[in-house]
Design a protein around this ligand. Sequence first.
Ligand code: HEC
Length: 93
Amino acid sequence: MRRTLGIIIIVCNAWWSVAVAQPASPLRSMELYSNHCTACHTSQAHIRENRKATSLTAVETWIRRWASELRLDWGDEEVKAVLQYLNAHYYKY
Ligand code: HEC
């Protein structure tokens, strides 16, 4: 019985630390972006006059496209983190 309780506590702790780890910190989103995305295009791509992404949804679509192109296996958490980062720094939609 004690053992079971111990296991339950461990599982809850693990769940809690995952739950509170979200959303990703600004530092992590910057890391995600600079690790995987700046190899090709610099931030210039996002501030050019004829930018392709003309809405927040469009930026998200681009991020998903690139993440899958690069087979990064990003989930919603990573996509949203990078979206937040790009929008805060460049797009400002
Ligand atoms: C293989 C090179 C390459 C990599 C790696 C890459 N990109 Fe891009 N990205 C491009 C090019 C080239 C364009 C412009 C495409 C066009 O103009 O049609 C672009 C365009 C974009 C745009 C739209 C820019 C606009 O005009 O508003 C976004 C957003 C973007 N990329 C995000 C990302 C993210 C996020 C990653 C990392 C997951 C990433 N890219 C990785 C080459 C790359």
